[in-house]
Ligand binder design. Structure first.
Ligand SMILES: Cc1cc2nc3c(=O)[nH]c(=O)nc-3n(C[C@H](O)[C@H](O)[C@H](O)COP(=O)(O)O)c2cc1C
Length: 176
């Protein structure tokens, strides 16, 4: 038996998901934003999307440059997630503040984060106006993985009450 929940509380019971560091650059201004809203939009062409609140500095930079890089987070990047999620690139250089290194990509001018184990270069092909967050849909141009990186090393994240908690990927429980 199920009972109807208050919407916010109900959605808070969704399973745990990854969180990403998305990097971008416009007119010499580099920035990084912590992003939970990430999804696949198409297999062919390969499209992924990120939901960015339209008031964010990152929104402005992606809108103007038409590019972004989705960087996967491992254990060493947990501090960077906090820093890039609670400060604005309007006020400081988050690469410097989080001690991260921008590296040039292949298919886009937006920088990768060197310390991330997996970086996905995207060019914006569409912007969906959906509400307070708009979705930038990006066609994947290239993917760069650190040697030896395995998907299990990526971190999962969940807000539980006021706490943002990181989790490791868990044990296998079944086979499809
Ligand atoms: C765990 C976590 C997930 C977040 N997910 C998103 C998101 O999906 N979209 C978004 O616009 N902001 C998200 N934020 C908030 C931004 O990262 C935050 O407002 C940031 O300071 C914006 O930086 P900017 O002004 O440099 O763009 C998230 C923050 C945290 C801590």
């Amino acid at each position: 038996m199920k009972k109807e929940e208050q919407i916010r509380a109900g959605l808070g019971k969704l399973p745990i998901r990854p969180v990403y560091l998305v990097s971008m650059e416009h007119d010499g201004r580099k920035n990084i934003i912590t992003i939970g809203m990430f999804a696949f939009f198409s297999g062919n062409p390969t499209l992924v999307g990120i939901g960015v609140k339209t008031s964010r500095f990152s929104y402005e930079l992606i809108k103007k440059s038409g590019e972004f890089v989705v960087n996967v987070v491992d254990e060493k990047l947990m501090d960077a997630v906090r820093i890039c999620g609670e400060s604005s690139g309007r006020d400081l250089d988050k690469f410097e503040r989080a001690n991260l290194t921008p590296v040039k990509g292949r298919g886009v001018d937006a920088p990768h984060i060197e310390e991330s184990p997996l970086s996905i270069e995207c060019k914006v092909v569409k912007e969906l106006e959906t509400g307070d967050h708009n979705w930038f849909i990006g066609e994947v141009q290239a993917v760069h993985a650190r040697l030896g990186y395995e998907w299990k090393q990526g971190m999962l994240f969940k807000w539980i009450g006021k706490d943002g908690l990181f989790f490791e990927v868990g044990d296998k429980k079944g086979k499809y």
